[in-house]
Design a protein around this ligand. Structure first.
Ligand code: MN
Length: 293
């Protein structure tokens, strides 16, 4: 068992209004299990704005996971799904060989938005599968001791999410009240990452505030969590280390650089397999060409 490591997130701007903490990938770490992307956005005051608006853009080779702590988002995709999401619900979009979607704050919307979007790399065996979208109005919730655990994907504390994934992994959102001393049971064959969405907490001895990620390598059976005077929120991700070399460019996940360049070209040329999003009031995003193309 290796010592836990703490890495800072990078800050990126999404939709000009909402600041995002990107905990994965960072310079030091590209994946945790099949998880290859973790954006934590907000809480942001969007009361006097149109809120979050991300125009039509494509994905390949991955699944996107959307989870909100506050506010709402409206998802539209090229399969024809138009789905609002609120706290407690889960959106899981499987890009497979290609899909496109847009995300926006509905009108009207709550004064604040706070949430996370995560990506899971699809294993090579299914990464060219047909695209799909799942909305789960509620995910399993369990209250071990003082904790409140929403199981987004996989299994934790004996509760299993109905959402479909393609490699052994787990994702959970955990509310930890002030003054808690708890242990999350984990699998020794998984590696894990934890971020704090609000408040502060100590994870396996590492102090964590929003903007950092604690990485825990395989070999553990429990994850000690301690909070002080205030409540804290965590997102836990974990999985079997993926034995595949995954490459990312923009919104695409693939295995080779030429594939990524081709996907960018295809989107900008309007290729049919990446789909078309109806009903979004704004321009579609243009794919930047990779420097090697
Ligand atoms: Mn997207």
């Amino acid at each position: 068992m290796t010592a836990p490591t703490l890495s800072p997130a990078t800050t990126v701007t999404l939709s000009e209004i909402v600041k995002v903490r990107r905990a994965l990938p960072t310079a030091g770490r590209r994946q945790i299990g099949a998880w290859c992307f973790l954006d934590h956005f907000g809480p942001t005051d969007v009361a006097k704005t149109r809120g979050l608006r991300v125009g039509p853009h494509p994905h390949t080779g991955l699944q996107t996971v959307t989870w909100l702590l506050r506010g709402e988002l409206l998802h539209r995709d090229s399969l024809g799904n138009v789905q609002a999401i609120e706290p407690g619900a889960l959106n899981l979009m499987t890009a497979g060989r290609g899909i496109s979607h847009a995300e926006e704050s509905p009108t009207p919307h709550s004064p604040e938005i706070h949430g996370a979007q995560l990506w899971i790399a699809l294993p090579d065996s299914v990464r060219n599968m047909a695209p799909a979208f799942e909305h789960h109005a509620r995910v399993p919730m369990v209250r071990p001791g003082s904790l409140r655990v929403s199981v987004l994907l996989g299994e934790l504390f004996g509760e299993r999410s109905p959402a479909k994934v393609h490699t052994p992994l787990v994702g959970a959102s955990i509310d930890v009240p002030a003054g808690s001393i708890a242990t999350i049971p984990v699998r020794p064959d998984f590696e894990y990452g934890v971020i704090v969405t609000y408040g502060r907490a100590e994870i396996a001895g590492q102090r964590l505030i929003p903007g950092g990620l604690v990485y825990l390598g395989p070999g553990r059976t429990g994850l000690p969590i301690v909070t002080g005077a205030g409540d804290a929120g965590l997102i836990l991700i974990g999985g079997e280390p993926l034995a595949e070399y995954v490459l990312m460019w923009w919104n695409f996940v693939a295995r080779t650089k030429p594939e990524l360049a081709q996907a960018s070209r295809d989107w900008n040329a309007g290729a049919e397999y990446l789909g078309d999003v109806a009903g979004y009031d704004g321009p579609r995003l243009e794919a930047p060409m990779p420097p090697w193309a």
